[in-house]
Design a protein around this ligand. Structure first.
Ligand code: NAP
Length: 534
């Protein structure tokens, strides 16, 4: 089907894609949304594994654009489970009539910039060819699953499932022997949820995680009303914090070191008692840039873990080593209790990696672990994977996948030099990639894109692209900031280290949501300096 004169194609019907379509349509643009899933929800559509839930409080992990929506939607608990989140996105899609703007079960195979027409030609896996002025990628940070290439998987007689492709109809694990590979945020949620359902659970751990114990109270009507009274203030405040949550660091730079050891201990206890990511990004910036301060936090967490495990030898094997919080900090809610159960076994695969699948299970160090189901909680090609898995070609046919294979570059995580009129909501080198409450950053970027398109239209322009100098300036600024932090020692998806051959660069802008917001505002108010517009 050929469809011309569309203003924008929006890829993805998750948090940002739904909102982008809503904002552009409201501003009078013609929009076609494309979504490979059968329905809305993005991350919360795909990640329907047991125990999936968000690690941002529901009251800040939501849309702010509609007072009616804020007043009518009731969150049931502090950290919403996946089914409730999915219901929310379905409700938003219905409430604002967004589904009619999307084609579902329709993935983007390729997109080419046509310099003569000044348009993108987008080709889908359903044979559609769409011509659009703007290509807006809302394809997600953590949406391209990473499956390790274990040999012998075709001979395994049991079932292998990646958590991000969990069967929609669910899977009955009762009485089964289940192996879980991976102990990141996802593995933690699966393990703590299924441990008491399965006959045997074998956890294959390469790197022990550094989680904070979650507190997840149910919300009463009174809680919800108290939150609603605060919504106007919270909505205004979120973009003026370091991490996009409703709170900011408790201590200004330098203050932490002035506290006595007892005061620091009390402060950590009280942050810990919050049961949230506040322990990680809500204390002081030194946690992320001063090795001595970081070591205090790391040791505090290790002591909390030790106290949870009955067997001291097992506790040592579960203890995370090294720096705290330089990889994404997960929340746990029963994870360590699972390891006190007789039916749960921990297998270290750092020194002796998983060798292969056998017909009956997984083999490590010559020992076979018989399994009925192998759960791969092995993560994602984060930040870039969803984009590079499409064949996107910009000016002069340059491939985005090849460009980023050489070096991971972007201008403020919003646009890439050489790819005119392409926008990357939650793209690399912006806070939205990893270091913030995603919903804050995504909405800020979506609004920025909408404002940019409105500004172009009002001046009779139709093309915008960051100059090579502007991109260089941003990448250098980003790298300089990263160099002042402990993130330089990161070895996870935060730097692309989990994907073989991926160029290393810290994925997320580390300067803070507030700083980033101001820089985006400056661009908008000053007519996008450093961007070529015509
Ligand atoms: P992840 O953090 O990348 O963890 C992947 C896990 O798989 C790691 O433990 C990794 O070990 C392991 N692994 C990968 N390949 C392996 C192999 N060949 N052999 C053995 N182990 C292997 O992925 P994730 O847990 O899916 O989480 C990704 C991100 O999604 C999180 O950081 C978070 O931002 C988000 N998330 C959020 C929530 C929430 O909101 N509550 C829930 C889930 C996920 P190594 O560490 O040694 O590489």
């Amino acid at each position: 089907m050929q469809q011309n004169e569309i203003d924008a194609v929006v890829i993805g019907a998750g948090f940002s894609g739904l909102y982008q379509v809503y904002r552009l349509r409201e501003a009078g643009f013609t929009v076609q949304g494309l979504e490979s899933a059968p329905d809305v929800g993005g991350t919360w559509y795909w990640n329907c594994y047991p125990g999936a839930r968000v690690d941002s409080p529901s009251m800040v992990y939501q849309y702010w654009f509609s007072d009616e929506l804020l007043s009518e939607w009731d969150w049931s608990e502090r950290y919403s489970p996946q089914p409730e989140l999915l219901r929310y996105f379905e409700h938003v899609a219905d409430r604002f009539d967004l589904r009619r703007c999307f084609r579902f079960n329709t993935g983007v195979e390729a997109a080419r910039w046509d310099a003569d027409a000044r348009r993108w030609r987008v080709v889908t896996d359903q044979g559609d060819s769409i011509s659009a002025r703007y290509l807006i990628c809302c394809s997600g940070i953590l949406s391209a699953p990473q499956v390790p290439p274990f040999e012998g998987h075709e001979s395994f007689t049991g079932r292998i499932v990646h958590t991000a492709r969990w069967p929609r109809e669910g899977m009955d694990l009762a009485g089964k022997r289940v192996g879980v590979v991976g102990t990141g945020a996802t593995g933690i949620q699966v393990i703590q949820t299924i441990a008491d359902q399965v006959e045997k659970l074998v956890v294959f751990q390469r790197t022990p995680p550094f989680p904070v114990a979650m507190k997840n109270p149910s919300y009463t009507d009174a809680d919800r009303e108290a939150w609603r009274a605060r919504f106007p203030e919270v909505r205004e405040h979120l973009n003026h914090t370091f991490s996009g949550f409703e709170w900011d660091a408790l201590y200004e730079p330098g203050e932490w070191q002035e506290l006595s050891a007892d005061q620091r201990r009390d402060a950590m206890e009280s942050l810990w008692a919050d049961g949230s990511l506040r322990f990680w990004v809500g204390a002081c910036e030194e946690v992320l840039n001063d090795e001595a301060v970081n070591a205090e936090f790391a040791e505090f967490v290790r002591a909390k873990i030790r106290a949870r495990i009955d067997d001291p030898e097992l506790a040592e094997r579960l203890l995370p080593r090294g720096l705290f919080g330089i990889a994404r900090v997960p929340l746990e809610n029963g994870y360590y209790d699972a390891f006190n159960r007789d039916n749960v076994e921990l297998v270290d695969v750092r020194e002796t990696p998983i060798e292969r699948f056998s017909a009956d299970g997984l083999v490590v160090n010559g020992r076979e672990f018989p399994l009925d189901v192998v759960v791969l909680a092995t993560g994602f090609d984060a930040g870039t994977g969803a984009l590079t898995r499409m064949d996107i070609r910009g000016r002069d046919g340059v491939s985005l996948a090849e460009y980023w294979h050489r070096d991971l570059r972007s201008t403020m995580g919003l646009q890439v030099h050489g790819f005119p009129n392409m926008f990357t909501v939650s793209g690399p080198l912006a806070p939205a990639s990893a270091l913030c409450n995603a919903s804050t950053c995504l909405q800020q970027q979506v609004d920025w894109v909408r404002d940019c398109l409105v500004a172009l239209r009002s001046k009779g322009h139709s093309v915008i692209e960051p100059s090579a100098e502007k991109e260089e300036e941003w990448v250098n600024y980003h790298d300089e900031l990263v160099a002042t932090t402990l993130f330089t020692r990161n070895n996870s998806w935060y730097t692309g280290a989990n994907i073989e051959g991926k160029p290393r660069r810290f994925l997320s802008f580390p300067g803070g949501v507030d700083v980033y917001w101001q820089l985006c505002e400056d661009l908008r108010l000053n007519g996008y300096p450093g961007f070529d517009i015509c």
